[in-house]
Ligand binder design. Sequence first.
Ligand code: NAD
Ligand code: ZN
Ligand code: ZN
Length: 348
Amino acid sequence: MKALTFQGKEKITFETVSDPKIESAGDVIIKMTSCAICGSDLHVYHEREKGIDRGTAMGHEFAGEIVETGNSVRKLNIGDRVMSPFTTSCGTCFYCQSGLTCRCVRSQLFGWVEKGHGLHGGQAEYVRVPLAESTLMKIPEGIREEEALLLGDVMSTGFFCARQAEVKETGTYVVVGCGPVGLMAVLGAVNLRARNIIAIDTVPERLAKARDFGATALHALNDPVTDMIRDLTEGRGADGVMEAVGSYQAVRTAIDLVRPGGVVASVGVCNDDHLAFSPVEAYNKNLTYKIGRCPARYMMEQLIPLVQEKKYNIASIFTHRMKLEEGAAGYTVFSGRQDHCLKVLLRN
Ligand code: NAD
Ligand code: ZN
Ligand code: ZN
């Protein structure tokens, strides 16, 4: 089969790789029909995150049709159209049972093979999915495939971030970064009925989208962000900040903007060695800092009704639609934010 593979820093190629095979009785093989490129793929692409083997099939946002099932698979059948969270989960361990499916003791991240071990990704013609019955979900009635892709990662992550930030109707909330995840955090906060949401970025069309989704959008460099948030909060600072970038600077901004006793929820993946704030700073702010991977399998189940209701036009964040074989160009356009690119959908 063919897949978009990692071949070194900023080098993705569409290569022939070996076909995935059933390796365990709980596996299924999916014929991928659509997949997306994520900001998390860019950490690999730019080699900010190191360790992945050359030749690994990229990607963790995908949907498709089951073409083969392992011997123990009962609840899924050949021909089922399915969506997937970005990690696998067993459904029975302590973490799965408590809703932290991303920390399942048998969890694997799609698109991560290191020293020959791991799981190839979804930007490929076929994908092997272990623990398939507890990882995959049949795409429910009324959900389009591109919406299913967003449920599997960025929508779940944005809504998780808003939940982590303890967003309420009253109060002032800030979203740092208006990429796909930050924009979904804006919607997550809207959905929790927040009246005062401020979104920060430097890319005009992303700020425009944040405004569309219900936030007041501020330019990180050109607007006096700190003063404006102080003005809105009688000098206190934001009640909650959602950080959806994954950089020292973005976490620093979040810490500067939050009020004493407020919450910073970080979903951005930051590959630095140290946090952007000191223990004494956290102490002096009575800070609550929450960070980590989204339990997408758990969140997607909860968000299905909202997507079926078509309450928000989530699929409007897809600005570019291409064929899988054009995916390398998709990486260039998305990483360079060329041509107003916000998110790339690839069809097989
Ligand atoms: P993206 O790269 O498309 O978006 C990041 C946005 O942040 C861009 O619009 C950029 O202009 C903006 N930005 C950069 N520096 C900024 C700053 N200092 N202040 C304000 N804005 C700034 O990425 P994405 O797909 O939206 O993902 C965002 C982050 O979330 C990534 O780090 C990704 O790895 C992470 N992520 C985490 C999870 C999780 O489970 N925790 C899941 C998905 C993605
Ligand atoms: Zn992703
Ligand atoms: Zn588990």
